[in-house]
Design a binder for this molecule. Structure first.
Ligand SMILES: [Zn+2]
Length: 371
């Protein structure tokens, strides 16, 4: 049985522990102690050293009925800024942050739900199979923990990520591919007042490139954005360098590649028009995925939701998560709504009801998987 008070206390405790990306060790130590105390086998992998963080991913294991499939639950440990000194307040059954910080329900609501499951399963194991808990580092800075996860430590070969914005009931089965697009324009510096004729403005070239790039929502499946522009030295110097950084996403990989090719072409044309040069770098940030309604993880998540009286809503997302990485590594995984609202803002919140429902869902999945 879920203990609502224990769950809320656990969540409030978690959000008070600072865990900005690359600084998740304090939180990992806290969770490792709690899990070890109730009999889970805890390991920390080597991802921290590879990505420049102070700890690796936490992997906890509990052996169960081997006749049942081994599954894992996953959430990420890190939170975005401003996320230091978070003080949660509960008003009318809704938890939010008191000061000018995020709440960190993304993804500590998921962690709290999984921690409650971990305790419920120990108290009343029933017929559950082997279960892993995978808490990842560095999700918010490019899914880095998931990308460097040591799979040798993980028994489960299909998984449930609790990290989707949206209500409990949402099952993300479609997510986009994403490319990053960076372009560095090189012009020629010159005195802006004395000899502007001999200069080549890298900023003008970059501006033309952005203006002529297809950006925003391109179609139902494809989006593109330039989010950063930097360059120049002083008002009286023709700028010899300017850099733009952006991204594109699509539910179809062919459309994504076409989109980022067009962005590169716009950059090249603009550089040429101003006599500048440009280096364009396009890199795959993560792969997308599309699961079928018949996939086991999708079926089990749906059944678990129905068992707690929630109607499953199968959804496509425009965002990326660790789920993308797991699926790209042939580990079938769904992302589940946890009920937090306005993540990555200082108005982030979650209702105690949704938090409770998320924990009930995690327990239900542990019981339903494989049956
Ligand atoms: Zn998240």
């Amino acid at each position: 049985m879920i203990d609502k008070d224990r769950l809320l206390a656990c969540f409030l405790e978690l959000v008070r522990i600072d865990s900005l990306t690359f600084n998740e060790k304090k939180l990992v130590d806290h969770l490792a102690d709690k899990l070890t105390a109730i009999g889970w086998q805890v390991k920390i992998d080597g991802a921290g050293a590879k990505i420049g963080g102070d700890t690796g991913n936490l992997i906890a294991h509990r052996p169960g009925n081997k006749a049942k499939p081994a599954i894992f639950f996953s959430c990420h440990l890190d939170t975005v800024e401003p996320g230091v000194g978070i003080e949660p307040v509960v008003v009318d059954g809704v938890v939010s942050a008191k000061g000018d910080t995020v709440l960190g329900a993304d993804d500590k609501a998921g962690i709290a739900a999984v921690m409650e499951m971990a305790q419920v399963i120990v108290a009343d194991p029933g017929e559950v199979g082997p279960i892993d808990i995978v808490f990842t580092v560095g999700e918010e800075k490019g899914l880095l923990g998931a990308k460097n996860l040591d799979w040798r430590m993980v028994t489960g070969r299909c998984g449930f990520v609790l990290d989707a914005a949206g209500m409990v009931g949402d099952i993300t089965i479609v997510a986009p591919w994403q490319n990053t697009v960076n372009a560095v324009f090189f012009g020629k510096a010159s005195h802006a007042g004395v000899s502007p004729e001999t200069g080549v403005s890298a900023i003008q070239a970059a501006a033309r490139a952005i203006e002529t790039m297809p950006l925003g929502r391109r179609d139902r499946e494809t989006t593109a954005n330039i989010g950063i522009i930097q360059g120049g030295r002083a008002p009286n110097i023709i700028p010899d360098k300017a850099e733009i950084k952006g991204e594109a996403r699509s539910l179809k990989i062919s459309k994504l590649n076409r989109q980022t090719d067009r962005m590169a072409q716009a950059a090249n044309r603009a550089a040429k028009a101003f006599g500048a040069t440009v280096e364009v770098d396009i890199a795959r940030e993560y792969d997308g995925f599309k699961l079928s309604l018949k996939d086991e993880v999708v079926v089990w998540a749906g059944r678990a939701l129905e068992s707690i009286g929630v109607k499953p809503a199968y959804a496509a997302t425009g965002g990326g998560s660790d789920t993308n990485v797991f699926n790209s590594q042939s580990v079938s995984t769904v992302n589940l709504g946890v009920g937090y609202m306005d993540p990555h803002t200082t108005s982030e919140s979650i209702s105690v009801d949704q938090l409770t429902l998320a924990a009930r869902l995690a327990v239900a999945i542990a019981r339903v998987a494989g049956s």
